[in-house]
Design a protein around this ligand. Structure first.
Ligand SMILES: Nc1nc2c(ncn2[C@@H]2O[C@H](COP(=O)(O)OP(=O)(O)O)[C@@H](O)[C@H]2O)c(=O)[nH]1
Ligand SMILES: [Mg+2]
Length: 367
C-alpha cells in the first residue's frame, strides 16, 4: 500500500476514535505512526526532487528573508519599498508568479528579501505552487508573515500550512538527544520534571523504529515536539508578523487586530504611505540575528559606516576569519569596547562572544 493512503487511513482512524483515558495511548501511537510515515514521504520527495535537479533561489547577502502571506496583502509593494528591485504590484490576486530576490540595505548589512506568490489553503499539499513557496521559506533565515487589516483571520491558515510543511516558527529546536543501544529497551533520563508520562514517551520513540535507546530530555517536552525531534527534518525559523494597509483601517479595527494578535508582537505598516517601515527594517535586522562589529584599526579612525556584519553568537574567531584567513593563526589577543565586556579595552581570546556594536581591535603577530 502506498504511504499517502496509509496516512489517510490512520487519520481516519483517529477521527473515528472517541478520545478518552482508555484510548489516549492508542491515539498517541497512531499520531506517532503518522508523523513517522510523513517523514518517510518527505524523504522520498526529497530524493525525487534531487534526481530532477530541483532549482532553488541562490542565497546572497548577510541573511535571507522570505515574505509569506495570502495574495494581495501588499507583499510586492512592501518588497519594492524595502529593496532596490522591482516586483509586480497589481489589483488582482497572484500577480507574483516567480520568486523575486532583492537587497535591503540596513545598518550596513545587505539582507536578501524574497517576494513570492501568495500562500493559499492547501499550499503544503501543492496548491498554487505552495510547495515551491514553502521550500523557499524553509531555507530562509527569517520569515515576514504578512497579512493586511482585512485578512488577519487568514493568519491561521498560513500558520497551519507552515506547520504541515515542517516549518516551526519562533521556537527553539527540542532540547533532547537520543543514543541507539544494543539492549535495555527505551531508557529515559531528564534534567527537568516532565509532564508527559514515560510510557507515552517510550511509545512514540518505538513508533519511530527504536527498540533500544537512551533518551536525555532537557525540557518539559510535549508529544508534538518529541515527534518533531524524532522526525528530525524540521526547520526552526524566526518570524515577524506584519499587518499592512493600516491607512485603510479605523482605529477600532486596529484595536481589535491588536487584541487578536496578542503575544505575536505584530508590526503595523502601510506599504503605500510608508509608515512603520523604519521600525520594520530594524526588526528585520534584529530578528535575522545580525550584529554590527566596528573595527578599530592600528592607526586611523573607526569607520562607523562600514561595520562587519556577523550572526549573533559570533566570536572573535569569526571576526578574524572574516578579515583575513591567516588571522586566526597569527592571533595574539583582541581588545573590545562595548556590551560584551566589563570595561572598555578589555583583552579577550578567540572564543569571546561579541555583541551588536562592539568595537574590536585585533592584535596579531607580524609575519
Ligand atoms: N491602501 C493601501 N493599499 C495597498 C497597500 N499595500 C499594497 N496595497 C495595494 O494592494 C494591492 C495588492 O498589492 P500587491 O503588492 O500586489 O500584493 P501581493 O499580492 O501581496 O504582492 C495593490 O493594489 C496595492 O497598491 C497599503 O499599505 N495601503
Ligand atoms: Mg505580489
Amino acid at each position: 500500500m502506498d504511504i499517502e493512503q496509509r496516512i489517510k487511513e490512520l487519520e481516519e482512524e483517529i477521527k473515528r476514535t472517541q478520545y478518552n483515558k482508555a484510548t489516549e495511548k492508542h491515539i498517541l501511537r497512531l499520531k506517532a505512526r503518522i508523523a513517522y510515515l510523513k517523514r518517510e514521504l518527505e524523504e522520498r520527495r526529497k530524493r525525487q526532487k534531487a534526481q530532477r535537479g530541483g532549482k532553488g533561489i541562490k542565497k546572497s547577502g548577510d541573511a535571507t528573508v522570505s515574505i509569506i502571506g495570502p495574495p494581495s496583502v501588499g507583499k510586492s509593494l512592501l518588497f519594492n519599498t524595502l529593496t532596490n528591485a522591482k516586483s509586480d504590484v497589481a489589483d488582482y490576486a497572484f500577480t507574483t508568479l516567480e520568486v523575486y530576490p532583492g537587497i535591503l540595505k540596513h545598518k550596513g548589512a545587505e539582507i536578501q528579501l524574497l517576494d513570492m506568490p501568495g500562500l493559499i489553503k492547501g499550499a503544503s499539499l501543492g496548491k498554487g505552487r505552495g510547495r515551491e513557496i514553502l521550500s523557499v521559506a524553509r531555507n530562509s533565515d527569517l520569515l515576514l508573515i504578512m497579512v493586511d487589516v482585512f485578512t488577519v483571520d487568514y493568519l491561521d491558515t498560513i500558520l497551519k500550512e507552515l506547520y504541515n510543511f515542517g516549518i516551526r516558527i519562533n521556537q527553539e529546536p527540542p532540547n533532547i538527544s537520543i543514543k541507539k543501544k544494543d539492549r535495555g529497551g527505551i531508557v529515559i533520563a531528564s534534567t527537568v520534571p516532565l509532564s508527559m508520562d514515560r510510557e507515552s514517551i517510550a511509545t512514540i520513540v518505538r513508533e519511530f523504529g527504536y527498540v533500544n535507546a537512551e533518551l536525555l530530555i532537557k525540557e518539559d517536552i510535549t508529544a508534538d515536539r518529541l515527534m518533531d525531534f524524532l522526525a528530525g527534518n524540521r526547520a526552526y525559523i524566526p518570524a515577524i508578523f506584519v499587518v499592512n494597509k493600516v491607512d485603510l483601517a479605523e482605529d477600532s479595527l486596529l484595536k481589535d487586530i491588536e487584541k487578536f494578535l496578542k503575544g505575536k508582537d505584530p508590526v503595523f505598516i502601510s506599504a503605500k504611505e510608508k509608515t512603520g517601515i523604519e521600525k520594520l527594517k530594524d526588526e528585520i535586522f534584529k530578528r535575522a540575528g545580525l550584529i554590527r562589529i566596528y573595527l578599530k584599526p592600528q592607526s586611523g579612525k573607526i569607520d562607523f559606516d562600514a561595520p562587519l556584519i556577523l550572526k549573533r553568537g559570533a566570536t572573535i574567531e569569526e571576526v578574524c576569519k572574516a578579515l583575513h584567513r591567516d588571522f586566526v593563526k597569527k592571533f595574539r589577543y583582541a581588545m573590545v569596547w562595548g556590551k560584551s565586556v566589563k570595561f572598555g579595552g578589555q583583552h579577550v581570546g578567540l572564543d569571546h562572544v561579541v555583541e551588536d556594536e562592539d568595537i574590536v581591535r585585533l592584535v596579531v603577530r607580524r609575519a
